[in-house]
Design a protein around this ligand. Structure first.
Ligand code: LLP
Length: 429
């Protein structure tokens, strides 16, 4: 019997009894750098980006990596080297693009609320456009731009009111979400933007949710967006680019999302069929570029079997990876080394939990594993929304990060130290 392929294959693979990522044995990295440890395959990230790029070849396009998924400088550099742009949501993310050598002219600045300081920095850096989600923000941005003697390029994020059929916390295209400008107000908002002295209308955008595993909601969104483009242009306001957001899902367990190329081809076909093929197309994928490229390594600290429930306490916790606690997300958990020496404990069903003082601190429930203290495990598909959502809860320094590339491993972020956590705090006099 052949083992089922792992999410992250072919870069993540079992060779003999050991788990390897992009030519490196993961147990060796745990030994060298300690746990908890994030490890990312550079090859897997490149392959994911190339899948989008090949399908978009020959079209005017810009792939803007939504760096909220994983904003480590080495990851940004990997994508900048491939010519990608970036979707940012804060001044901090802009600073990361610049620090990693990315091109600010390929940056779109998204988000439902930007500060004046962030707008100023982004205008000075020369970002490609601001994705704006309210008339109130249009006014502020125009003022800020005028004060700098510039005009800000804007795209309006429209809420197409389509159901992406994903987890409610990560579904964003429905009317009752806080995101976007309601479809029926959009025409008015464009007229408003066009009349403001500090703005230049350049595009339209939407983002309907995350971990989307079907093409149909995207096609619904494209249709709704193109309807608007036609109306707005009939009003005399030109729209140069269409930005379809991110959201493509990945395989955590048994999901079967379309491949990036398949999604892009379906989108292009619909855009062409409606006669809009000449427009520049932007996309903002996050998870699908990095999710399956990463794993989180952790060591089993304590085993607590009981008649009701077996708990395996590991050294990674909800502060390192909050997705299970926050979204009840299912993420694969695999041993780094399979014991085939006859010394293994019998497999049992374990709740794999962290050491934090919260019942919600779990990484996986009811996982059948043959465990003993000191064993090393990998939480799979942890490249997206893992490290970027990590916190210091329980005064836990954040994990180190390693990037592997065809058999070579490099530390890309040192493990945080407790001293650095205390550094900015002041005792009352
Ligand atoms: N563009 C915009 C405007 C977004 O808000 C997002 C994600 C993206 C692009 C990228 O979406 P992606 O391709 O990664 O699905 N923390 C959650 C996911 C939150 C997504 C927020 N917005 C999780 O761990 O599942």
């Amino acid at each position: 019997m052949t083992a089922p392929s792992l999410p992250g294959a072919p870069f993540l693979a079992r060779q003999g009894d050991d788990l390897w990522l992009d030519g490196v044995r993961l147990a060796d990295l745990a030994a060298e750098f300690g746990t908890p440890l994030y490890v990312y395959s550079r090859g897997a990230m490149r392959a994911a980006a190339t899948a989008y790029q090949s399908a978009l070849a020959g079209r005017r396009h810009l792939l803007c990596y939504a760096m909220k998924a994983n904003s480590s400088l080495a990851v940004i550099k990997t994508f900048a080297d491939l010519g990608l742009g970036f979707d940012i949501v804060s001044g901090g993310e802009l600073a990361r693009v610049i620090a990693a050598g990315g091109d600010p002219a390929k940056v779109v600045f998204s988000g439902v609320g930007k500060t004046r300081a962030e707008m100023t920095e982004a205008l000075r850096a020369g970002v490609k456009c601001f994705n704006v989600e309210s008339e109130s923000e249009l006014d502020t941005l125009s003022e800020v731009a005028c004060a700098l003697g510039r005009r800000a390029a804007v795209s309006l994020r429209v809420n197409p009111d389509v159901d992406a059929r994903t987890h409610p916390y990560i579904s964003t295209g429905l009317k009752d979400n806080k995101f976007g400008i309601a479809h029926e107000r959009a025409r008015q908002a464009y007229a408003h933007a066009a009349a403001l002295p500090g703005l230049r209308v350049v595009g339209i955008d939407c983002h309907i949710g995350s971990q989307i595993t079907e093409i149909a909601p995207y096609l619904d969104a494209v249709d709704r967006l193109l309807d608007l483009v036609e109306q707005v242009e009939a009003d005399g306001i030109a729209i140069a680019h269409i930005d379809l957001g991110g959201g493509l899902g990945i395989t955590y367990t048994d999901e079967t999302p379309p491949a990036a190329g398949e999604l892009v081809r379906a989108l292009l076909a619909r855009i062409d069929a409606r006669g809009h093929g000449q427009r520049e197309l932007l996309m903002e994928p996050g998870r699908s570029l990095v999710g399956n490229a990463g794993v989180l390594l952790t060591e089993v600290l304590v085993l607590k079997p009981s008649p009701e429930k077996n708990f395996a306490v590991v050294d990674a916790a909800m502060n390192d990876l909050v997705r299970p606690a926050m979204y009840q997300a299912w993420m694969g958990i695999a041993p780094l080394h399979l014991r085939t020496d006859g010394q293994a404990n019998p497999p049992l069903s374990w709740d794999v939990v962290g050491p934090i003082c919260e019942s919600g601190d779990w990484l996986g429930r009811d996982r059948v594993l043959a465990l003993q203290p000191g064993d090393l495990l990998a939480v799979l598909s942890a490249g997206a929304y893992g490290m970027t959502m990590a916190s210091n809860y329980n005064t836990r320094p954040r994990a180190a990060e390693v990037m592997v590339d065809a058999g070579r491993a490099q530390l890309i972020r040192r493990r945080e130290t407790v001293e650095s956590l205390l550094r900015d705090e002041l005792l009352p006099s």
